[in-house]
Design a protein around this ligand. Structure first.
Ligand SMILES: [Zn+2]
Length: 289
């Protein structure tokens, strides 16, 4: 089916209280894309494909990337949204809208509050005109996108009152708070601030997004979903699992290049299948009303 917006997926997820996996494909690696689609199809689950501008640009370029995802979605029976993650420039948002993304994240979390407000408002205005979902980040999720190791800094956690003000003033569709989550592999056991998450959800009442979900135990992710997280971003573990799949397959079947890429997808498919089960998105939204 054609790509859907993240808002369409959020609506059902919010009503029924489940989470959606948002999977990073390393800038459009086709075997990763295929593993995500196959897992979603086997589970009859909606799913979000999500990549950062810089990674897409480094590998295939926006138009090639969106064409591949759109074509794969067209022959799929599950609803799929295509999300641009962590755009730090307004221009990236405009290019993404032209290229066919159905959800965009403007990340102004490193800007001064007023500047973040100003640009996010502008993003909402243009995205709204073409019915594309907008996500923004407030506070500062630890680690930079693409970092292999992460840190968290409590002074950068999202303040619930500021979150409410930000959502009221910008009209964003979804918010990524900083609650002890961080990008990359955690160097120490991640501890999510569930109390803060609960207070944020009470204040803003829009779908919340958890960045840096690699390494957070499934039970904690389930708890976060119960408290209002609707999108769970997974990148580091996705890349890692696929690469390990390649290594493992070659170890067991030396020289079998012919089947390598197809077979190396299996561990990643299995991981995503387990996550979909845990997030509660299996067997959802098979038919449009
Ligand atoms: Zn992120």
């Amino acid at each position: 089916m054609p790509l859907v917006t993240a808002s369409e997926l959020y609506e059902d997820a919010e009503r029924l209280g489940y989470g959606l996996g948002a999977y990073d494909t390393g800038g459009g690696q086709i075997d990763l894309i295929e593993a995500i689609f196959q897992a979603a199809e086997e589970m009859s689950s909606p799913v979000i494909i999500s990549d950062g501008y810089e990674a897409i640009d480094k590998y295939f370029g926006l138009d090639y990337y969106t064409t591949i995802v759109r074509m794969r979605a067209a022959k799929s029976g599950v609803p799929v949204a295509l999300h641009l993650d962590h755009a730090f420039e307004f221009e990236y948002i405009i290019r993404a809208l032209r290229s066919g993304f159905t959800s965009v994240m403007f990340d102004g979390s490193r800007l001064a509050y007023e500047k973040n407000l100003e640009i996010t408002r502008k993003v909402v205005e243009v995205a709204r005109a073409v019915d594309v979902t907008v996500e923004a980040e407030l506070g500062n999720v630890g680690g930079l996108e693409g970092d292999t190791h992460s840190f968290t800094d409590e002074s950068l956690y999202t303040d619930p009152d500021v979150a409410q003000d930000f959502v009221d003033q910008t009209g964003i569709d979804s918010l990524a708070p900083a609650i002890g989550n961080a990008h990359g592999f955690y160097t120490q056991e991640p501890k999510l601030d569930f109390g803060r998450l609960k207070r944020i959800k009470e204040k803003v009442q829009i779908p919340l997004v958890l960045h840096g979900a690699t390494g957070i135990p499934l039970d904690d992710l389930k708890k976060a979903i119960n408290l209002g997280i609707r999108k769970i971003n997974l990148a580091t573990v996705v890349h890692h699992t696929y690469v390990e799949g390649v290594k493992e397959y070659l170890k067991r079947h030396p020289g079998d290049d012919r089947n390598l890429f197809r077979r190396a997808r299996e561990p990643l498919k299995k991981l995503i299948t387990e996550q979909i089960k845990a997030f509660g998105s299996a067997r959802r939204q098979l038919k449009k009303p």
